[in-house]
Design a protein around this ligand. Sequence first.
Ligand SMILES: Cc1ncc(COP(=O)(O)O)c(C=O)c1O
Length: 379
Amino acid sequence: MHAHGLSKKQVLAELKKIRRRDKHYDDGKILCSMCTKPHPMAIKAYRLFLTSNLGDPGLFSGSVQLEEEVINDLATLLHGENCVGHVVSGGTEANLMALLAARNMAHVNAPEVVLPESAHFSFTKICNLLDLKPVYAGLDDSFRVDPLQVEKCAGEKTVAIVGTAGTSELGVVDPIEELSRVALEHKVWLHVDAAFGGLVIPFLADAKLNFDFALEAVESITVDPHKMGMAAIPAGGIIFRDSKALDYIKTETPYLTDQYQYTFIGTRTGAAAASTWAVFRSLGVEGFKKVVGKCMKTTRLLADGLTDAGFKLVVEPTLNIVAFRSDGGTRHLVEKLRRQGWFVSYVPRYDCIRIVVMPHVKNRQALAFLKDLVVNQKC
Ligand SMILES: Cc1ncc(COP(=O)(O)O)c(C=O)c1O
């Protein structure tokens, strides 16, 4: 820290200079992120609620109302009735709260959780924190978790089974209906990580994907507004089917306005709930269908263009994620593309490049990317 403060002008000039080093979604060249430029109303709402702290809800009843309405909207979208939940910092915290509830409710020695091999890495952190043993179930030919393997992995110590609706690497949706059957048989908690897919699948034109509270065993769902919900970061969502879940995750807060907290993060911004609420009210279901429809069209354009150019898709896209590889080697393309300003992810597990077609990725950028990719492949 300087001994004396700088002028407003100096501080802003320095900030703007440093900000230029960040990449910007507007360029349309960030093809590796599950976040996007927030909706303009999300930004306005965020500013309006900048000072609100949902960690001390008695002081911010307006923000509490927005959080409740967001959770209610999400629950309704996911076929839940009388659900409870919170706007949290992201998918990691949402998954943590779900497994904390499941573990505490089951109350067994040396607890285990059955995870798909494709589960998000947040579960590695969570297992560490909660002292849960991860038991990994393998995938089928379409990279969805194999329910027979899940069945084999489930045992007396299992406190939860996890399925993913929109895997981070390939965007596939696990057979949650079958996982629900296994979970019911074993009388075990089923958590669905729909951090990405939860705000895509309900808006797909012709999807017949059963993944939510319509399935009896689903006790909790992660769904993140700061991904396809176009809310400002940090906005994750955890929804529980039953309010009893909250009893297993509550912490007493002796000096605050409310007696308990139900999130891992203490002080947390009400601006997250406000920005999510603003997007939901601005777009409605029809608006979201348009956004998702556009992303899916661009996904198709990319998938077809890649195939025509001789690349191999790892799997046909279910959601707005395309993964592909090249017979001539894939990894080296990532660096070449980076030099041209394209940011894509390399996924070692499948030796592929993965592109997330978020709302900031338009058709013209998809076409420009394909052009650069083909040139790079040749040289
Ligand atoms: C399926 C899935 N779950 C959880 C997460 C973790 O979310 P966050 O980074 O918001 O904590 C991600 C992140 O991309 C994800 O794709």
